[in-house]
Design a protein around this ligand. Structure first.
Ligand SMILES: [Zn+2]
Length: 338
């Protein structure tokens, strides 16, 4: 990977390159914007450029091109003594202990072999209150060679005092064209799936990469099954829940998230149809008939209520680690009663 190989975000890449060229690298940055669009990749590539042993040549040749100097290779393999990536470990929080050990204890030491000490905090909003307060102290007096990069899709959960001390750089969802190019490049989907995959990705490359034929067929199964849940017996219902909850692949967690996103977008489609907004906005265009029927059967209040059940289930599963089987059963029952 290299700066120029990362799709999209031209303005942000240019901005960071220029800051190195002009010797105006900030001590702390906040990269924010929706999840899965490449903020962490760009932070790592920026760390590589900052410490690259061939930096001057590279800025003249192809700015941000691929480099295989020892420093860049070490960062690629997460082995560079001056570059740290802090992230959630075994829980949904970044704790104060991590901030102390992975940032405070290291950042005041001279760079070991690079020019800068780079600390990247992924999902920075996951720092709990103590961690954020500890972090604030480091931000107030960072040493000259320190570059701290906070990455967040929910910057509103960060202390205002943290945000105000950072050079802020917003990242936007990728254009449909960029996503489509990526899907084509990957070559795993048949051509008639491109349009729906682009819609499902919602501007996120991470999601576009996850989408395969299996997930797209899964979507069909989910929508068809849920739209006729009412006719099912309790046993069939629970079998259906089992089939979602027991996918044992390594991507299981992400698949479950996509299951939820499919439902979120689908409810939005139904609401669009209810409000007679142009069909152009529909994500699941190929399920027009089913969605239209439900939009006639359900009231707007009811659709919004289902949406809030979905949101609650999302929080229980992904932020509170409530038993998966239990959450999904409850959710499916709500849809069955709709
Ligand atoms: Zn290099």
């Amino acid at each position: 990977m290299s700066f120029i190989n990362i799709l999209g975000h031209d303005f942000q890449k240019e901005f960071l390159l220029k800051s190195i060229e002009k010797g105006r690298v900030a001590n702390s940055y906040l990269f924010y914007g929706q999840e899965g669009i490449g903020k962490r990749l760009i932070a790592l590539e920026f760390a590589k450029l900052l410490n690259c042993k061939r930096k001057n040549d590279r800025l003249e040749e192809t700015p941000g091109g691929v480099c295989e100097c020892s420093s860049c290779l070490k960062i690629d393999s997460s082995n560079h003594p001056d570059v740290t990536l802090v992230k959630c470990e075994d829980s949904s929080e970044i704790k104060v202990k991590q901030i102390r050990e992975q940032i405070e204890d290291l950042i005041y030491l001279k760079p070991y072999e690079g020019k800068y000490k780079v600390s990247i905090v992924n999902d920075a909003e996951a720092m709990n209150t103590n961690a954020q307060n500890a972090f604030l102290k480091t931000l107030e007096e960072p040493p000259g060679e320190a570059v701290i990069i906070l990455i967040s899709s929910k910057p509103q959960q960060l202390l205002k005092t943290i945000i105000s001390r950072c050079q802020r750089l917003e990242f936007f969802r990728l254009s449909d064209q960029v996503i489509e190019d990526c899907i084509k490049q990957k070559g795993e989907l048949s051509q008639d799936r491109y349009a729906i995959a682009v819609k499902l990705s919602q501007g996120s490359l991470a999601k576009a990469i996850l989408l395969d034929e299996e997930l797209i067929s899964e979507r069909k199964r989910i929508i068809e099954k849920i739209s006729e849940l009412k006719k099912d017996s309790a046993v069939e219902l629970l079998e259906f829940v089992d089939s979602i909850a027991s996918q044992k692949s390594s991507k299981e967690h992400d698949h479950l998230k996509i299951f939820f996103e499919i439902l979120f977008m689908w409810l939005k489609d139904i609401l669009y149809l209810k409000s007679n907004i142009s069909d152009e906005n529909l994500v699941h265009k190929d399920f027009y008939e089913i969605s239209k029927k439900l939009s006639e059967r359900w009231s707007a209040e009811h659709i919004l209520e289902l949406r809030s059940f979905l949101e609650e289930a999302w929080v229980s599963l992904f932020h509170r680690n409530v038993n998966k089987q239990y959450v999904l059963e409850n959710l499916i029952i709500k849809f069955a009663q709709a």
